[in-house]
Design a protein around this ligand. Structure first.
Ligand SMILES: NC(=O)c1ccc[n+]([C@@H]2O[C@H](COP(=O)([O-])OP(=O)(O)OC[C@H]3O[C@@H](n4cnc5c(N)ncnc54)[C@H](OP(=O)(O)O)[C@@H]3O)[C@@H](O)[C@H]2O)c1
Length: 291
């Protein structure tokens, strides 16, 4: 498999642009899309569920009124999580991967985003009940009709990927990966992306650093503050630089909706973190030195 490289190395995550966070107006969303493109952030990460199934529609409306060429951006979206919300007749949160549901969900995302195709379409989370052949039929149809260009997964471990790959190739995996949440370095998930040339994306690349005041984040903060001076960089830039140093060439999916922070994120690509500083931060996160 050849890794496709038209995705921007920093991906803009849209999860909190709408009802799950900043509640941006369509005008502000349009401005933010333009701002991202000015920073060379051209890839936007969506999921059907964001904003309780409302974000894609808002983004789509904003994009439609912009004068941006569809080929100048890349859209990623996901399907499979079924929430117990008013707009759906579910009794319980669950995962759905029948052929009809996958196709229906992809077509719904296309309509909401006002686009003819998704650059990459992901299964959001692995389900214990997923049938590889049924998934493959849906994906093959969507690809044949030009509705999705690439197919990937999210939060799948190598064994779950191998299961799906008995019937069809997987081109990307979006994983939780940050300094504070780095299990995917050890469970084979990032190795699998390197070996099989899959696009590796990391969600929540800043981890719990700005979200929690724990012993772990306190330890990291102490080290990070001194490195900020050394690299003339901000804490979020160094946290991204730590993720970027991994050989899987991970694309961080950054969640900020703050224009200045998006610009800062892109500048993190210019930081070359020294080997021992990378391990200093790993030690601070783990709370012990490597064996
Ligand atoms: N595949 C999956 O299962 C999955 C799961 C979760 C998320 N995602 C994707 O990943 C994206 C990113 O997730 P995330 O939002 O958790 O990512 P993140 O980039 O790790 O965190 C972003 C959050 O940190 C805040 N922040 C950033 N810099 C800060 C600073 N210097 N000081 C204080 N706060 C700061 C932001 O606030 P402001 O917005 O106020 O700047 C924002 O709330 C989502 O948008 C979504 O696309 C995927």
């Amino acid at each position: 498999m050849t890794k496709t490289t038209n995705y921007s190395r920093i991906i803009a995550g849209t999860m909190t642009w709408g009802d799950w966070g900043k509640q941006l107006s369509e005008q502000r969303i349009e401005q933010l899309i333009h701002h991202c493109l000015e920073q060379y952030i051209s890839t936007f990460d969506h999921a059907d569920i964001y904003g309780d199934y409302t974000n894609e529609e808002q983004f789509g409306k904003a994009f439609a009124t912009s004068d941006i060429n569809r080929e100048d951006i890349q859209l990623i979206s996901k399907c499979g999580i079924q929430f117990d919300v008013k707009s759906r007749s579910n009794n319980i949160k669950h995962y759905a991967y029948s052929k009809d549901y996958i196709i229906w969900s992809a077509e719904r995302s296309l309509k909401a985003l006002r686009t003819e195709y998704l650059d990459m379409f992901l299964l959001h989370r692995p389900s214990p009940l997923m049938h590889p052949s049924e998934i493959a039929e849906a994906i093959a149809k969507l690809k044949k009709e030009g509705k999705i260009r690439q197919f990937g997964v999210s939060n799948f471990n190598p064994s779950q990927i191998a299961l799906i790959e008995t019937v069809m190739p997987i081109e990307g995996n979006q994983l939780e990966f940050s300094l504070t949440s780095n299990n995917v370095m050890g469970d084979g998930s990032l190795d699998d992306c390197i070996i099989n040339k899959r696009l590796a994306m990391s969600w929540s690349p800043l981890g719990s650093y700005f979200k929690e005041d724990s012993l772990k984040t306190k330890r990291i903060k102490k080290v990070l503050k001194s490195l900020c001076n050394k690299y003339n960089a901000t804490e979020d830039q160094l946290l991204l630089s730590w993720v970027l140093k991994h050989p899987a060439e991970v694309c961080p999916v950054v969640g900020t909706a703050t224009p200045d922070r998006l610009a800062m994120a892109m500048k993190a690509l210019e930081i070359e973190m020294e080997l021992q500083d990378w391990f200093l931060l790993l030690e601070a996160s783990n709370g012990y030195e490597v064996a």
